[in-house]
Design a protein around this ligand. Structure first.
Ligand SMILES: [Fe+2]
Length: 525
């Protein structure tokens, strides 16, 4: 079996060349002891009733400031339902009608529940999403999509009900949001209307989003989240190598940020997921697999709990390697059978650790245990009675294989991104779930973010966002001119003919890591 046929089993373990056939994933079945341990972990999960997509998850959907509790976030659905009802009532009836007054009172009652807890109620409507403060409400964004679109259309990007809001002020709010966009525009916009009606405790305004350079701002935020996740993984390595206990709260915070960033800032995060460092492969790999898994998972379901658990499992999928002695992990000479057995034990070590760590999302253990199992179950560890990999494990396996292939390893060069996508496709149905591979390839496009490409002009560019429609026309950042001289990276949307000015991608290129252009790309992230 060639390496190309077995991408995932390109096991991310630093396999010295010729040292073994770990990449086959099928030879040398693990010892009975390994099976028994693996099964005891699964059993423990079963006793706890754990399934990754539905049970224990981080409390709260996001951690931005101000931080609303899980209960407060859950109540936002009632708030939005009342707001929707109020808007409809005011559209149907004149001001002063009992139906409007009733709807206003109902809405105010929901808002007052927040006020009684000492916080204002900030609702934000932005790009098809609704947020409570800075925390995205995923399900509500879908449930109330029409309300979100309507409020955005009239320029009501945010509605803040401050403590002390009165029924009269809510009635003014109803008067404003019941109007159509042209009527609002004719009066100078929502902010102007509110100013004239002098409502003290209700603030309606267009969200102040800096549109001058959204890409740059997005990249800066994404990079901060990426760096935090990287620091966490480095810390976990230190902790596990010193037999200490992982800080579950820290993990939850990082996973929340990763999920929120991938959902809000998908392209910047996907581009960052192409970052590699040869000497810190495992750390970068863990973060990249988390980002790619969350992104792929979000095309299966946008359920916040599902994505949170998926992110946790993906981020921690290889922590078992941190319990493998460094002299085995970093060995440059061929490994003995016993040493291979230790390395192949890493899914079990990792899953056990998660099960034993207080406060960690136990459902994540299943991905850690199953990430080398393969779609056809020919991988490891052998798990008796398991008829298929869990969906979350299959997602992590695709992300794991892709990132491993596109990374330089001790025993192999990094593949170009377009080549890696082709290898995934060839392994769909055997090693990897074919449906997930299809979604993954669709998500990344023909030239995945992070690909370095040569344009027909001779310029070198980095793909920063997959194309909206035409597979060959993504958004790119040009980093070198036709003479190879590094230029100030400027972005061009190749699908926009006015912007592209005839530029098209000629081919993906390999860059020497030491080249000026490559260094520039790394610097810009
Ligand atoms: Fe692994």
């Amino acid at each position: 079996m060639t390496d190309e046929q077995t991408p995932g089993f390109a096991d991310q373990v630093e396999e010295p060349s010729g040292a073994g056939t770990l990449s086959d994933g099928v030879e040398a079945p693990p010892s009975d002891e390994g099976v028994a341990e693996a099964e005891s972990v699964r059993e423990a999960m079963g006793v706890l009733g754990i399934r990754p997509s539905s049970d224990e998850v981080a409390e709260g959907a996001a951690s931005a400031t101000p931080v609303f509790s899980a209960r407060q976030l859950a109540r936002a659905r009632d708030v939005l339902a009342r707001l929707h009802a109020l808007r409809r009532a005011r559209q149907l009836y004149p001001s002063g009608h009992p139906a409007v007054s009733q709807a206003a009172a109902d809405f105010l009652r929901e808002a007052e529940r927040y006020h009684e807890e000492g916080v204002d109620l900030p609702l934000v409507f932005f790009e098809d999403q609704v947020l409570l403060g800075e925390q995205v409400l995923l399900e509500e964004s879908v449930l109330f999509d029409q309300l979100v679109r309507d409020l955005t259309a009239i320029g009501a990007g945010s509605i803040i009900l401050k403590r002390g809001t009165t029924l009269e002020e809510v009635l003014v709010l109803a008067d404003v949001i019941a109007q159509d966009p042209s009527a609002i525009a004719a009066q100078g916009g929502v902010a102007e209307i509110v100013r004239q009606r002098s409502v003290e405790h209700v603030d309606i305004r267009a969200v102040a989003v800096r549109r001058e350079s959204p890409a740059a701002a997005g990249r800066a935020n994404a990079r901060a989240v990426y760096t935090d996740a990287l620091d966490l993984i480095r810390e976990i390595d230190r902790i596990l190598r010193n037999n200490r206990v992982i800080d579950a709260k820290h993990v939850r915070g990082v996973v929340r940020s990763l999920v929120a960033s991938v959902l809000e800032n998908r392209f910047a995060m996907l581009e960052l997921a192409s970052l590699k460092r040869f000497d810190e492969y495992t750390f970068y790999h863990s973060v990249n697999v988390a980002i790619l898994s969350i992104a792929l998972g979000s095309s299966v379901s946008n359920d916040a709990r599902f994505l949170s658990t998926l992110g946790t499992g993906a981020l921690l999928h290889d922590i078992g390697k941190m319990m493998v002695p460094l002299e085995v992990l970093n060995k440059t000479t061929p490994l003995t059978t016993e040493e291979w057995a230790i390395i192949r034990h890493h899914p079990i070590y990792g899953a056990e650790n998660i099960m034993l760590t207080p406060g960690l999302d136990k459902a994540a253990a299943i991905m850690v245990l199953e990430h080398h199992l393969r779609y056809d179950l020919a991988g490891y560890p052998a798990l008796r009675g398991v008829s298929r990999q869990h969906i979350s494990s299959r997602i992590v396996a695709v992300a794991d294989a892709y990132d491993a292939m596109t990374s330089r390893r001790a025993y192999s060069a990094a593949r170009r991104r377009d080549e890696a996508v082709a290898v995934l496709a060839r392994n769909a149905g055997s090693a990897l779930d074919p449906d997930l591979v299809r979604l993954f390839v669709a998500m990344l496009g023909l030239y995945p973010p992070g690909s370095v490409v040569r344009l027909n002009t001779g310029e070198i560019a980095v793909v920063v966002a997959p194309p909206a429609s035409e597979a060959q026309l993504p958004r790119v950042r040009i980093v070198a001119d036709e003479s190879g001289a590094v230029v100030d990276g400027f972005e061009v949307d190749l699908s926009d003919s006015a912007e592209a000015m005839g530029r098209v991608i000629e081919q993906c290129v390999d860059l020497d890591d030491s080249s000026l252009v490559a260094r520039r790309i790394l610097e810009e992230g």
